[in-house]
Design a binder for this molecule. Structure first.
Ligand code: GLN
Ligand code: ZN
Length: 751
C-alpha cells in the first residue's frame, strides 16, 4: 500500500455539533416531531459540515480526518458494526438498545475510562451469534467521499470491545476477530487505505488481568494483521500509558501506532516516551498523542516539542492524546471569559492548530510558539489566579490525615440530644422537582426580564411550598429543595473565586445529554456565603431540622475541567476550605444538619490500581476538611450515587460522616453486606428508585427497610430515596414520599 499516514491528525472530534445540532435532531426524532428520513439527513449534513470545518482548520491530508461517527455512542456503533449486538442498520433498534422501550430495558451505561463520557455496555453470552453489519461503516466512508473527503473510519478494537462488555466473554474472541476481518475487507473493497482502531483497554486495570489482556491482544491482532484483504491499521491507545502492553504492540507491528503522551499521562508515567522509543520498531509509523484531548488548557508547545524530539524518530505524526469529544468546540464561541483567561484556553478547534504547530516546528510556526510562550508566562505570573492568602491557608494545614473530633459515638449522642429524631428517621436527598415555573423564572432572570428581587421572591415561594409539602407528608429532616441551583456543581463554581464558567462549552455526557463543566483556573476561595440565605429562610419556616446542602470538594472537582499546574489534591483542599467556611456560616445561622454530597467520589478513581490508594487518601482528606471544625452536635450527612461503591467502601466509611445516604434500591440493597462490616455510623440506603417515574408501593419499601434492618440496627438506619428528586415530577414524588413515610411507620409499629 502506498498512502502514508497523515503528518497531522486528531483522534476524534465532538459529535454533538457546535450548536448541539445532533442533540436537537435526536430529541426531535424521539419525540416524533421529525421522521427517520429527516433525522438521517440532518445528521448527515452535520457530519459533512464537520468534515468541511476540519479541512478548513487545516486537516487537509487524506485520512487526516477521523470519522468517529455515532448517533448515540461509539461503543454501541462498533458493537452493531461487528454484530456482537444484533440490530444491523435499523435506527429504531439502535435507539431501543440505547434508551429502552415500554417493554425493554436499555443497555447499561457506564463511564468511558476516567472521563465523564458514558458508553453503553454490550451484553454478551457464550456461543452467541456474531453477524457483522459492515454497511454501517462503509456508508460513512462513501457519503464522505461523495462530499469530497477521504476520511479515516473508526472502530473500537476487539480487545477493548470484549473487555468492556458484560460479561467480558473472551470465548467469543475468535468469532469477533472473524467479524472485524469481514468489516476490514468491506472497507478495503470500498477503497479505504487507513482504518483507526482504538484499544484503550490496554491502559486501564479492568476485570481481565493485564497478562491475560496482553495474550488476547496478541491473539486477536496477530490474526487480523495477517489478513491481506484489509486497509492499513492505525492502532491507538488513548487515556494513558499502555504500560505492559507496549512490547506486545511493538512485536505485532501494525502499520501505525498511536501513543498517549499528554502531560497528565507523563506525570503518572514519566519514563513512557523513552520506553515507547525503545519498544516500537522503526517499521511501525509512530503517532505521538501530544496534545491533551480532555483538558482545556493551551499546550506548552516548547515542552511538547521536546517530548516529540525525545522519541528520536525521523518521521513521527502528531495527534491528540484522546478524542476531542471531551472538550467544547471552540474558545471563539465564548464572549464572557475574562480577557486574561481566554488565551490560556484551547478547545477542540484550537487544539487542531496546536497539532499543526508541532508538526511545523518552532522555526516555521513562529507565531504559534510565541503565542504559547506568552500564555505559559502570563498564566504562571498572573496575580488573579494565584492568591497568596489561599496558598498560605493551605500551606498551614496539617499534612496527611485530618480527623474531626470527638469520635462518632460521642458526636452521635450530642446530635441525638440536639435533634430528637425518631428511629428510622426519614429524609430526602436535597432537590425537589424543578417545576416549569422555576425554570422559567431562572431563564427570565438571566434574560434580565426578572429583577434580582423578583427572582429571589420566586425562589422563596418555591422553598415555602416545598417545606409545607414535607411537613404535611410527615418527613423528619427537611430540605429546601435546591430550586436556586441550575446544577449542583455549576452553582458553586459561579459563586467561588478561581472558577470560570462558559456560555457554550457543552460536552457530550451520553446520547443527547450534554454538560457544561466549569473550569478551575486558579486558587479557589469564597468571597461570600453561598447557601445560607436559602437554608436559613427554609429553616425559619419549620420547627423540624432543615438540612444545609453543599456539593463536596471531590465532586466539584470531578465535574469541572481541572488545573494542570498544580496537583488535583491542591485544588481539592482549596475547595474544601471554602466549603468549611460555608459550614461555619450555616451553623451560625442555626442550621443543625448539613449534607455534603459526593456522588463523584468513585468517578475520579484512577484507572490503574497502583494509583488508587493515593487518590483515596487526598479525596477523603478533602471531604474531612469540610467538616473538620463542625460542632459535635452538628450532624454531617453525605450522599453517594451513580456507581457501585463496593470497591471503595472503606473510603466511603472513612469520610467519617455522621449519616451516609447511598443509592441502593436498584441493586435491591446488595451493598448492605459490604456496609455491615465497614460502617459504624448512620446510614440511609435508598429505598425509592428515583430513576424511574414508577411510584414504589408502601409494601415494597417495607420489604427493603426490613432487609436493611437485618444488617443495620434501627438506631443507625435512615429511610430515604436513592437520589435527588429534581428530574421527577410532583405527581410521582408526592405519592412516593407518602408511601415512604407510611412504610417507615409500619416498620416502626411492628418493632
Ligand atoms: N443534593 C443533590 C440533589 O438532591 C444530590 C444530587 C446527586 O446525588 N447527584 O439533587
Ligand atoms: Zn444522588
Amino acid at each position: 500500500m502506498t498512502t502514508s499516514f497523515p503528518a497531522a491528525t486528531i483522534e476524534g472530534y465532538p459529535r454533538i455539533g457546535a450548536n448541539r445540532e445532533l442533540k436537537r435532531a435526536l430529541e426531535s426524532y424521539w419525540a416524533g416531531r421529525i421522521d427517520a428520513e429527516t433525522f438521517r439527513t440532518t445528521a448527515r449534513a452535520l457530519r459533512i459540515d464537520t468534515y468541511n470545518r476540519l479541512r478548513d482548520l487545516g486537516l487537509t491530508e487524506d485520512y487526516a480526518i477521523p470519522a468517529d461517527v455515532a448517533y448515540y455512542d461509539q461503543v454501541l456503533e462498533t458493537a452493531l458494526t461487528v454484530g456482537v449486538v444484533p440490530g444491523g442498520t435499523d435506527l429504531d433498534e439502535e435507539f431501543a438498545l440505547a434508551r429502552g422501550t415500554d417493554t425493554r430495558v436499555p443497555l447499561e451505561m457506564t463511564k468511558w475510562f476516567d472521563t465523564n463520557y458514558h458508553y453503553l455496555v454490550p451484553e454478551l453470552a457464550a456461543g452467541q451469534d456474531v453477524t457483522p453489519a459492515p454497511e454501517r461503516i462503509v456508508r460513512i466512508v462513501e457519503e464522505a467521499r461523495d462530499a469530497g473527503h477521504t476520511v479515516r473510519p473508526f472502530l473500537v478494537g476487539p480487545v477493548t470491545l470484549l473487555a468492556l462488555s458484560k460479561p467480558a466473554e473472551w470465548s467469543l474472541l475468535n468469532a469477533v476477530v472473524e467479524s472485524y476481518a469481514v468489516v476490514f475487507r468491506a472497507l478495503k473493497e470500498a477503497g479505504v487505505e487507513w482504518v483507526q482502531v482504538a484499544e484503550p483497554a490496554l491502559v486501564a486495570d479492568l476485570s481481565t488481568p493485564d497478562s491475560e489482556l496482553a495474550g488476547y491482544l496478541r491473539e486477536a491482532w496477530t490474526a487480523l494483521l495477517a489478513r491481506e484483504d484489509r486497509p492499513n491499521v492505525y492502532l491507538t491507545t488513548p487515556y494513558g500509558s499502555a504500560r505492559e502492553a507496549l512490547d506486545v504492540l511493538g512485536s505485532l507491528a501494525p502499520e501505525a501506532l498511536h501513543v498517549d503522551l499528554a502531560p497528565w499521562t507523563l506525570d503518572a508515567d514519566p519514563g513512557y516516551p523513552a520506553r515507547v522509543a525503545a519498544a516500537i520498531p522503526s517499521e511501525v509509523h509512530l503517532v505521538a498523542g501530544l496534545i491533551d484531548g480532555r483538558n482545556v488548557w493551551a499546550a506548552n508547545l516548547r515542552e511538547r516539542a521536546e517530548v516529540l524530539a525525545s522519541l528520536s524518530r525521523d518521521s513521527v505524526s502528531v495527534s491528540t492524546s484522546t478524542s476531542l469529544q471531551h472538550v467544547p468546540h471552540t474558545v471563539n464561541a465564548e464572549r464572557s471569559l475574562p480577557v486574561e483567561v481566554a488565551p490560556w484556553l484551547s478547545f477542540a478547534d484550537e487544539k487542531i492548530g496546536e497539532v499543526q504547530a508541532l508538526v511545523a516546528g518552532p522555526e516555521k510556526a513562529v507565531e504559534a510558539f510565541a503565542q504559547s510562550d506568552r500564555a505559559v508566562r502570563t498564566r504562571s505570573e498572573s496575580t488573579t489566579i494565584h492568591n497568596e492568602a489561599v496558598a498560605q491557608r493551605v500551606a498551614t494545614l496539617p499534612e496527611g490525615e485530618v480527623k474531626r473530633s470527638p469520635e462518632f459515638a460521642e458526636r452521635q449522642k450530642a446530635q441525638h440530644a440536639e435533634l430528637g429524631l425518631p428511629k428510622l428517621a426519614t429524609t430526602t436527598i436535597g432537590s425537589f422537582p424543578q417545576t416549569t415555573e422555576i425554570r422559567k423564572a431562572r431563564a427570565d432572570h438571566k434574560a434580565g426580564e426578572l429583577s434580582d428581587e423578583q427572582y429571589r421572591e420566586a425562589l422563596k415561594t418555591e422553598i415555602k411550598n416545598v417545606i409545607e409539602l414535607q411537613e404535611e407528608i410527615g418527613l423528619d429532616v427537611l430540605v429546601h429543595g435546591e430550586a436556586e441551583r441550575n446544577d449542583m456543581v455549576q452553582y458553586f463554581a459561579e459563586l467561588l473565586e478561581g472558577f470560570v464558567v462558559t456560555e457554550n462549552g457543552w460536552v457530550q455526557s451520553y446520547g443527547s445529554r450534554c454538560t457544561r463543566p466549569p473550569i478551575v483556573v486558579g486558587d479557589v476561595s469564597r468571597p461570600a456565603a453561598m447557601t445560607v440565605e436559602w437554608s436559613s429562610y427554609a429553616q425559619s419556616l419549620s420547627d423540624k431540622p432543615v438540612k444545609g446542602m453543599l456539593t463536596g470538594p471531590v465532586t466539584i472537582l470531578a465535574w469541572s475541567f481541572k488545573r494542570d499546574d498544580v496537583p488535583l489534591s491542591v485544588s481539592a483542599d482549596q475547595i474544601a476550605l471554602a466549603l468549611a467556611d460555608e459550614v461555619r456560616d450555616l451553623e451560625e445561622a442555626g442550621i443543625k444538619v448539613i449534607q455534603i454530597d459526593e456522588p463523584a467520589l468513585r468517578e475520579l478513581l484512577p484507572l490503574r490500581a497502583d494509583d488508587r490508594p493515593a487518590y483515596l487518601d487526598w479525596a477523603v482528606r478533602a471531604f474531612r476538611l469540610v467538616a473538620l471544625e463542625a460542632q459535635p452536635a452538628t450532624q454531617i450527612h453525605t450522599h453517594l450515587c451513580y456507581s457501585e461503591f463496593g470497591q471503595i467502601i472503606d473510603a466511603v466509611a472513612g469520610l467519617d460522616a455522621d449519616v451516609t445516604s447511598i443509592e441502593a434500591a436498584r441493586s435491591k440493597m446488595e451493598l448492605l453486606e459490604d456496609i455491615d462490616e465497614t460502617f459504624h455510623a448512620e446510614i440511609g440506603p435508598g429505598v425509592y428508585d428515583i430513576h424511574s417515574p414508577r411510584v414504589p408501593s408502601k409494601e415494597e419499601m417495607v420489604e427493603l427497610i426490613t432487609a436493611a434492618l437485618d444488617n443495620v440496627p434501627a438506631e443507625r438506619l435512615w429511610v430515604n430515596p436513592d437520589c435527588g428528586l429534581k428530574t421527577r415530577g410532583y405527581k410521582e414524588v408526592e405519592p412516593s414520599l407518602r408511601n415512604l413515610v407510611a412504610a417507615r411507620n409500619e416498620v416502626v409499629g411492628a418493632q
